[in-house]
Design a protein around this ligand. Structure first.
Ligand code: BG6
Length: 466
């Protein structure tokens, strides 16, 4: 059996829009998701896990189950209903009361400033494609640093790559634009620039605490040894991993990254120009990140693909329905020989090990790492208050072993946040894809610990991966 360091943080992750519910309460302004989900007619973020009212219960559960830290986000439109301008004091007071409860329960808040929920006014005005909105984001971040002095850990963004690709490449998120590589790359860059500016403000004002960014990083392996598949995997990696890590730790894009991005853009008959001044802020921030947050659920195997882009997102949990082929990049293949969740996410703990070792080698100034999301979406069965989720425990054991191996090999990983603390609402899957340590009955809002919650508690207490 492997161990974890004694001071290793065992956390649980949530996000405002997926946990809070109360989308119209407390003076909160609208976000694009509200209308989008109503139009789709499948489900909405009401009631979600009603964290807006149930947070004392969730934090009590954290204390009971030895969960050291809660990863949560501040809903931008609860503070600034229009994204900027007048402050909604009720929203400010709400987060102060959550942080006070965290203190009471000895649970450390690990807070994300932006988790997929740009206020609607700014979203309709181009979201992060519009550089004016970068100003509004930076002002919101500064407001948070000054107001919420109870917070020690800040993350600027949750998952820049999924924001850019789901909004402009796969179209899974509003505004549902597909295959627009120009918008995708522009959004990635503008968000990395916004991150850098928030980091620089944090450091130059000497706010107390630590700041970093959370990236979704999924390793890309070639589907075969052929030069064509090796090249396709390299292109997919350049857009989804290397672009972000270069921006975060170098403050610019290395030549090999830019060559790959240019090739992808050209294949899609487009191009992108960056403002050279952006790199001044980005280079300054590159040595100032206190940590990197990694969200990792799965890995991909990529083969050459020469056709037009075509996609099918598995949002139902019907295994084998996912299709991902992007013009100018490649095709992510199925790998029937590897275990998968019902949503076709390939379970491959080795991928996380490879990723951690790669970051240490390629970006020696990475400082330290938190695994800010990892977990298994599963159709949990609730039988008389008992939820046996062995597959989730197996999943977690595998990934924890990879983390432990990486630590042994010198990677500075300081903590882990399971996605998710309790069952929450899923952006594109609604309520049937559950991830929580605590089962939520979404009608009564009662919480029930799953088998995995007891396993997690034991790991937290003993720092042994049982
Ligand atoms: C991450 C996000 O991408 O994955 C979460 O940060 C999200 O917000 C999680 O819920 C799991 O994704 P999904 O689609 O299975 O809910």
């Amino acid at each position: 059996m492997r161990n974890l360091p004694k001071d290793f943080i065992m956390g649980g992750a949530t996000a405002a829009y997926q946990a809070e519910g109360a989308t119209m309460e407390g003076g909160k302004g609208p976000v694009a998701w509200d209308e989008f989900l109503i139009e789709k007619g499948r489900y909405t973020a009401e009631p979600a896990s009603d964290f807006y009212h149930q947070f004392p219960i969730d934090l009590e559960l954290c204390e009971k189950f030895k969960i050291d830290s809660i990863r949560m986000s501040i809903a931008w439109s609860r503070i600034f209903p229009n994204g900027f301008g007048e402050v909604n004091q009720e929203g400010v007071d709400y987060y102060h009361s959550v942080f006070a409860e965290c203190r009471k329960r000895n649970v450390m808040p690990f807070v994300t400033i932006h988790h997929f929920d740009t206020p609607k006014t700014l979203f309709d005005n181009g979201d992060f494609l519009n550089r004016e909105n970068v100003e509004h984001f930076v002002n919101f971040a500064k407001f948070c640093f000054e107001e919420f002095t109870e917070v020690h850990y800040w993350s600027t963004f949750n998952e820049i790559y999924p924001v850019a690709t789901n909004q402009y490449l796969t179209g899974a998120f509003p505004p549902e634009i597909q295959f627009d590589l120009k918008k995708t790359v522009t959004c990635l860059h503008n968000m990395m620039w916004a991150h850098a500016r928030a980091v620089n403000i944090f450091k130059e004002n000497n706010y107390e605490g630590e700041i970093g960014v959370v990236h979704s990083l999924e390793p890309k392996y070639p589907a075969s040894d052929s030069p064509e598949d090796l090249h396709a995997a390299m292109l997919d990696d350049a857009l989804s991993v290397k672009f972000l890590l270069d921006a975060t730790y170098l403050g610019y894009y290395s030549n090999s990254t830019m060559d790959a991005i240019t090739e992808i853009l050209e294949a899609n008959e487009t191009s992108v120009e960056f403002d050279e001044n952006d790199f001044i802020e980005m280079k300054k921030a590159a040595t100032r990140n206190d940590y990197l947050g990694i969200n990792n659920y799965h890995s991909h195997w990529v083969k050459e693909y020469k056709g037009e882009s075509t996609l099918h997102y598995n949002t139902t949990g019907k295994k084998g329905t996912q299709v991902y082929k992007i013009k100018g990049i490649g095709e992510r293949i199925k790998r029937d020989d590897l275990p998968k969740t019902d949503w076709d996410w390939i379970i491959y703990p080795e991928g996380l090990y490879d990723l951690l070792v790669r970051i240490k080698q390629d970006y020696p100034n990475y400082n330290k790492i938190y695994i800010t999301e990892n977990g298994m979406g599963y159709k949990d069965h609730f039988e008389e208050g008992i939820i046996m989720d062995e597959p989730r425990i197996d999943y977690l054991r595998g990934y924890f072993n990879s983390i432990s191996r990486a630590i042994e090999d010198g990677v500075n990983v300081k903590g882990y946040f399971i996605w998710s603390l309790m069952d929450v609402f899923s952006w594109v899957n609604g309520y049937n894809k559950r991830y929580g340590l605590f089962y939520v009955d979404f009608e009564t809002q009662k919480r029930y610990p799953k088998e995995s919650a007891y396993w997690y508690k034991l790991v937290s207490e003993t720092k042994t991966i049982i």
